[in-house]
Design a protein around this ligand. Structure first.
Ligand SMILES: NC(=O)c1ccc[n+]([C@@H]2O[C@H](COP(=O)([O-])OP(=O)(O)OC[C@H]3O[C@@H](n4cnc5c(N)ncnc54)[C@H](OP(=O)(O)O)[C@@H]3O)[C@@H](O)[C@H]2O)c1
Length: 215
């Protein structure tokens, strides 16, 4: 099972039909709902692969491109859309995206503790794919720049990343992966310490139950 859907809402005041901040709802809560409903039906051995992103943490390039890292708060707060008086902007939308992707890592770690022993949970990071539709709500000018960057050799594209994702989901080479192992394109990397936090992982699990039962 692959949890791929994702979006970067340009306006953190936007809410899903059930009233949650759109980026958190699509990138995290919807996957938790679907997996919660279906995990019991996955045959063993089986795999659950979630789409993660390295934006959960800062580095030189992301700082240069003004891509903010996650700023973790209680999940009930993260799920709340921004108030009408709050100004939307790239910074808020980037933080929402990075928070949702940090949530995916916490969730993957916790999920492994709840599924049957033959199910492995993995997080796949496809690399930066500026030509995808992720920024569908971004201004046209920004989207044109991204499409230009996507043509630079070496930059990830959906065409390159798709087969890598399929490989993590299906190939024998990756059958041993568990515990939310973080695969960057075609190799496993260690997630940073901020992405391993038992208290946050437990809290996210219970808060998710609460949010989904209200929806
Ligand atoms: N692009 C990057 O640089 C990058 C980097 C790291 C991780 N990722 C992750 O990779 C995954 C795929 O993103 P992408 O870059 O390939 O973007 P994309 O081309 O926009 O694909 C996003 C997918 O999510 C679905 N989706 C969006 N909103 C939805 C909603 N409200 N309900 C149901 N489905 C919805 C879209 O379906 P429709 O087209 O039918 O709406 C589409 O299949 C995401 O989880 C993203 O966060 C992307």
């Amino acid at each position: 099972m692959v949890g791929n859907a994702g979006v970067m809402s340009a306006d953190t005041r936007r809410a899903s039909a059930d009233g949650y901040e759109m980026t958190f709802a699509v990138n995290y809560l919807a996957h938790a709902q679907l997996i919660g409903d279906l995990a019991g039906t996955i045959a063993e051995p089986g795999r659950i692969v979630l789409l993660g992103s390295n934006t959960y943490r800062q580095n030189f390039w992301r700082r240069l491109l003004s891509v903010p890292e996650a700023r973790w708060r209680d999940p009930l707060e993260i799920a709340r859309p921004a108030g009408e008086s709050e100004k939307p902007g790239m910074e808020a939308s980037g933080v929402a995206y990075s928070n949702a992707k940090l949530a995916i890592l916490y969730y993957a770690h916790e999920l492994q503790r709840h599924v049957r022993p033959g199910i492995g949970v993995t997080v796949f990071e496809p690399g930066w794919m500026p030509g995808s539709d992720l920024g569908r709500f971004a201004p046209q000018a920004a989207r044109s720049v991204m499409r230009g960057i996507a043509r630079i050799p070496g930059v990830s594209t959906p065409e390159k990343s798709g087969p890598l994702l399929a490989s993590v989901a299906l190939d024998a080479r990756w059958a041993h992966l568990r515990d939310g192992a973080f695969v960057l394109k075609d190799h496993v990397i260690e997630a940073k310490p901020v992405a391993h936090d038992r208290d946050r992982e437990r809290r996210l699990w219970t808060a998710t139950g609460e949010l989904l039962s209200r929806a």
